[in-house]
Design a protein around this ligand. Structure first.
Ligand code: 3EB
Length: 333
């Protein structure tokens, strides 16, 4: 691999996954069962299986992050780690207690997971979370009168405070989506140096959302930016049709897609130096029957070149039909 000092994001079929795995920081397998992820990669490479159907694909899809030579593998507690001198990738799964109806099952799993993550960050010396992916089953389901996404937010914030971390301002870019079943799955990228934290002028910072969206606000930045070997790497959080703090165009997946892309353009304006056509996209579609309309809008905005994958997922507000995340500067050499 040339351009080996950068960070590369690839979406590949599982059959290709073992090729070149030695520079792999970590991976997430979508649309497969847990055992298939274990078969796709050597055990030392941190990887997770996310129970989330891949749309428009013949088989499971592997999201692979490669960092060039010099990757070392290990673990701290339950967190499997891969690190270079400047970056770390980590992954873990947290099972909920057997009592599916307990409000505290997801909260306990989330708090435990975030404590594990921060202990791993301290131990590895790569203290700054840059980008976090959170996948939790039944995200919109209520148990004990509270939506599970809101339970997740309460526990994430509680763990951050317990670990002496900030809950707004200097918080990583993130996504939080609903998987079909399985454990809470979290993976992340962290860095020795703090990233630049970017907010969207069209949107209220999520960590300032009013209590109508939950008693504890979600702790994430709209985007983060780091530099590696002279290259700027941009991580856009899951972005959707929210302006200010309100959902727009409920019931209209095409209009929500356009609004989301406008939000992404505004974020790119804040970051500077990236065009819509230079990012790789992961597009979460709530209802498979909306895929046609969503694709039409995405294709019209992005053109043919950018890499994009479509997954079927529940989005964290019931009135959101689509959410789009992206990474910039992580393309080929
Ligand atoms: C939003 O803008 C949509 O809780 O970590 C997007 C990205 C969303 C991350 C999170 C939630 C999260 O509020 C939801």
């Amino acid at each position: 691999m040339s351009g080996a000092q950068g960070l590369q994001l690839e979406y590949v079929a599982t059959a290709q996954a073992r090729e070149g795995w030695r520079d792999t920081l970590g991976a997430a397998l979508y649309g497969a069962a847990a055992g298939e992820a274990d078969a796709a990669l050597p055990a030392e490479v941190p990887h997770v299986a996310v129970r989330m159907p891949v749309l428009q694909s013949v088989g499971p899809l592997l999201e692979r992050w490669r960092a060039g030579p010099g990757v070392r593998y290990g673990h701290v507690g339950a967190v499997r780690l891969a690190h270079t001198a400047d970056l770390v990738f980590g992954a873990l799964e947290a099972a909920e207690g057997a009592d599916e109806t307990a409000r505290s099952g997801l909260e306990a799993a989330t708090e435990w997971a975030y404590r594990q993550i921060h202990a791993a960050l301290e131990a590895s010396g790569h203290a700054h979370l840059v980008r976090v992916w959170n996948y939790l089953p039944r995200i919109n389901t209520e148990t004990r009168g509270l939506e599970r996404y809101r339970q997740f937010n309460i526990a994430r914030q509680r763990a951050l405070i317990a670990c002496g971390r900030e809950v707004h301002g200097n918080v990583p870019a993130a996504s939080a989506l609903g998987s079909q079943d399985g454990p809470l799955v979290i993976y992340f990228l962290a860095a020795r140096e703090a990233p630049r934290f970017i907010e969207n002028p069209r949107q209220m910072s999520a960590y300032h959302y009013p209590p109508e969206y939950g008693e504890r606000a979600p702790s994430f930045s709209r985007a983060t930016l780091i530099e590696r070997a002279g290259r700027r790497l941009l991580f856009l959080s899951g972005t959707s049709s929210i302006v200010g703090h309100r959902t727009l165009h409920a019931g209209d997946a095409a209009a929500q897609t356009r609004e989301t892309l406008t939000n992404i353009e505004a974020l790119l304006g804040q970051a500077g130096g990236f065009g819509l056509g230079e990012l790789a996209y992961k597009i979460y579609v709530r209802r498979p029957e909306d895929l046609g309309q969503i694709r039409r809008e995405v294709d019209a905005a992005l053109g043919a070149r950018p890499q994009r994958v479509y997954l079927q997922a529940d989005v964290c507000r019931g009135d959101l039909a689509v959410e789009i995340e992206a990474a910039g500067g992580c393309g080929g050499p």
